[in-house]
Unconditional design. Structure first.
Length: 145
């Protein structure tokens, strides 16, 4: 009788979890959120928080660099290496690239601007945090606000 009670409690607990998580356990086991990779989201970049990066993004888009970023985290290191090749380092400045290295559109031919490390790294962390929930392949339209 004790085993039957334990099994009943376990089954009720699992059903409770499935119900209140709207099937999270079952849907995440069966298929990842692949439909999100085909969608486009808009990232409103805050120019008041990161003015140097915002100015660079605006200038790069005005010079016909794509405002669309297709997330490709695996390609970021190779893109960064390619985009920064031949661009000299300047004391106390970072080399900011747009399109960003984490974008398929980044890499060779990216627009490079020397900006302050705090603005560049803060902006990079902010963008990464905003896009964390989206899988590789997601198209992101970057809009400077």
């Amino acid at each position: 009788m004790k085993n039957k009670t334990i099994y009943t409690a376990i089954i009720l607990f699992v059903l409770f979890i499935i119900y209140f998580n709207k099937g999270w356990i079952l849907t995440n086991l069966s298929s990842p959120a692949s439909n999100q990779a085909e969608s486009e989201v808009t990232l409103n970049f805050p120019s008041d928080r990161y003015p140097e990066t915002a100015a660079h993004i605006k200038a790069a888009i005005e010079h016909e660099k794509s405002s669309i970023c297709t997330i490709d985290r695996k390609g970021a290191e190779a893109n960064r290496k390619e985009s920064l090749r031949g661009v000299p380092v300047k004391p106390n400045l970072d080399r900011d690239e747009f399109p960003m290295a984490m974008c398929e559109e980044g890499g060779k031919g990216a627009d490079i601007m020397h900006i302050s490390p705090s603005d560049n790294r803060g902006a990079g962390a902010w963008v990464s945090n905003q896009l964390d929930k989206y899988p590789d392949g997601t198209r992101v339209k970057i809009v400077v606000k």
